[in-house]
Design a protein around this ligand. Structure first.
Ligand SMILES: Cc1cc2nc3c(=O)[nH]c(=O)nc-3n(C[C@H](O)[C@H](O)[C@H](O)COP(=O)(O)OP(=O)(O)OC[C@H]3O[C@@H](n4cnc5c(N)ncnc54)[C@H](O)[C@@H]3O)c2cc1C
Length: 543
């Protein structure tokens, strides 16, 4: 590959051929809850996109990039100028951006990364490392800091794969997208088991840089838990950790690099732990009496026999709205409702459980999980409910494009806390979002699910939908995001369980790690990146 990837919607999510429509019944359910929507058309012509003119790069940098390593077309600059959160998509849909990289650089290998960082440091050019560009927290925002020029360093060409079948580890290039990594691994009989909802476009380097968590992380582990060893190329040097299962040699440098979000340097490759590819997979649906009852079942599993690969509990509102939007209407819908009514679960909370592994371990895991599900009063919905969740697991972001076109604000955010404080956190954040939306004159719905569980607690993932305030979308979004973030901090939850910090959460880092913690991280940055060129305005420096 000698050019940046241009295979996804420049204005939205994913494959340009996929543009789902909502049926009339789903539209009715939505407008009943958030009022009538006014359609919000998007800019159609990429060629007419308004961007600030690019500033010319220093000759030393273009020389280091080589004749086929610099791209500065409108399309490439637009594609590297924004992530994929609601605010990003709103700006892209308007056909106008106030900032963009001056150019996109595409190094061929780790040596190329070293040469480019050296040239950028010497010339004072800011660098934004770019994986799949799926950040939802402003992680790839082109913020220049004190620098005049800025480049996006796209790692798409770093895609080597080396598998150690004996140790069940694999060294993976940073630029591999989720499906590319999985298909290379599956041809060697192993899997990483990392399936975030952004799986199709996000990259190995991005997963490591953001401490990503996948939909099956309860069983396979979050990405940071899968990292055995890591390499960082920083402007001031190259850092590698040993490929060993464990070390007691002081504080963990691996942990310092994982989650560093491009502010210390570039991660060119990651050595990960893999598992034998599963022989058996079984997904099923259950309905708990309430969200609290569902959460108790998950806690019992996490503190007892162990968790399945996938477990998620939607609250009552998310259950109702997802059933309405999933097209489960007509006879099938009425039968389903009748079935739930018979079991007094019509207002309940949907639980999706997925087991993956060897035949025996799946059967054993399922037997233990079923015992807790029944003990907790959940009603079995069958495998088709689980399978339809599995089939649709990557479709949500496509639907968001449809809803935005209809004139809706749709955004997600996440946090986590201990079991004893999870209920209070859910209430505080849900109330903050609802109140902030109402204060904007756009009352909306707030959906929540629990999707990553531990013996000591779990994550909460919120989705909110309301009518967009046309012409003031970003201010509306900002007010709600701020209210939710403040509620999280006041409740003692983490500002992010897996979306990372980026630009949006940077103001809350002091609450998260304290002033001394922030000083330590800034001191590390100063040592690795003395001229401050790496990803300004993210993680450690609120902009
Ligand atoms: C629809 C949707 C669903 C999502 N679902 C999930 C989910 O289920 N779980 C989850 O964890 N996240 C999710 N995300 C968030 C996002 O996909 C993750 O943060 C992902 O890990 C980012 O990977 P990326 O390759 O796209 O990185 P990018 O967006 O390109 O970059 C993210 C950050 O990492 C830095 N970076 C990227 N690559 C490197 C590198 N090689 N070296 C150094 N720094 C680097 C960037 O500078 C930036 O700060 C979702 C996002 C979207 C849009």
């Amino acid at each position: 590959m000698s050019e940046p990837r241009r295979d996804s919607k420049w204005w939205g999510w994913g494959d340009p051929a996929i543009e789902p429509e909502l049926d009339a019944e789903a539209v009715a359910v939505l407008s009943e809850r958030i009022g009538e929507l006014t359609p919000s058309p998007r800019a159609e012509e990429l060629e007419a996109f308004e961007l600030p003119d690019p500033r010319p790069l220093p000759a030393a940098l273009t020389e280091a990039a080589g004749p086929d390593g610099v791209f500065a077309s409108t399309e490439d600059r637009v594609r590297h100028a924004a992530g994929r959160g609601y605010a990003d998509l709103t700006r892209l849909r308007s056909g106008r951006l106030a900032a963009a990289p001056d150019a996109v650089l595409l190094p061929a290998d780790a040596g190329g990364v070293q040469r480019l960082l050296a040239a950028c440091a010497a010339e004072g050019v800011a660098v934004v490392p770019f994986g799949g560009g799926t950040s939802v927290v402003g992680g790839i925002e082109p913020l220049r800091g004190s620098h005049e020029r800025l480049v996006s360093l796209d790692l798409a060409r770093l895609r080597d794969v080396e598998v150690d079948r004996c140790s069940l580890t694999a060294r993976l290039g940073a630029g591999l997208r989720g499906p590319e990594a999985e298909s290379a691994l599956s041809s060697r009989g192993v899997t990483l088991g990392h399936f975030p909802q952004s799986f199709e476009y996000a990259t190995i380097g991005g997963f490591a840089a953001t401490r990503s968590a996948g939909q099956a992380s309860s069983g396979y582990g979050r990405f940071d838990e899968l990292v055995e060893a890591i390499r960082l190329i920083a402007p001031a040097g190259d850092l590698r950790t040993l490929e060993t299962p464990h070390t007691a040699a002081g504080p963990s440098l691996r942990e310092l690099v994982v989650g560093s979000e491009g502010v210390f340097g570039v991660i060119p490759e990651v050595t990960v732990r893999v598992r034998p590819a599963p022989q058996a997979r079984r997904y099923e649906g259950w309905m708990a009496e309430s969200f609290e009852a569902g959460a108790e079942i998950v806690r019992a599993l996490a503190q007892g026999p162990g968790l399945p690969e996938v477990i998620r509990v939607s609250d009552e509102e998310e259950t109702q709205v997802s059933l309405a939007l999933s097209g489960l209407h007509g006879i099938a819908g009425r039968l389903f409702e009748g079935y739930l009514g018979l079991r007094r679960r019509r207002e309940g909370s949907l639980i999706v459980v997925g087991f993956e592994g060897g035949e025996e371990s799946v059967a054993r895991g399922r037997a233990l999980a079923v015992r807790e599900l029944r003990r907790g009063g959940a009603a079995y919905l069958g495998q088709s409910a689980g399978r339809s969740w599995e089939r649709a697991r990557f479709e949500g972001p496509y639907l968001r494009d449809t809803l935005m076109g209809m004139g809706a604000l749709v955004e997600t955010l996440e946090t986590s806390h201990t079991w004893s404080r999870l209920g209070a956190l859910k209430k505080a954040v849900g109330t903050a979002i609802r109140d902030a939306l109402a204060a904007q004159g756009t009352p909306g719905i707030v959906l929540c699910h629990l999707s990553h569980a531990y013996a000591d607690g779990a994550s909460l993932y919120f989705t909110f939908i309301a009518a967009a305030r046309h012409g003031a979308e970003i201010a509306q979004w900002d007010a709600v995001k701020r209210a939710a973030s403040e509620a999280i901090v006041a409740s003692g939850g983490t500002i992010t369980h897996h979306h990372a910090v980026g630009r949006d959460h940077a103001p809350y880092m002091e609450a998260e790690v304290g002033q001394t913690g922030l000083d330590v991280l800034r001191a590390v940055k100063e040592r690795l990146d003395p001229t401050g060129i790496m990803n300004p305005g993210k993680l450690l420096t609120p902009s």
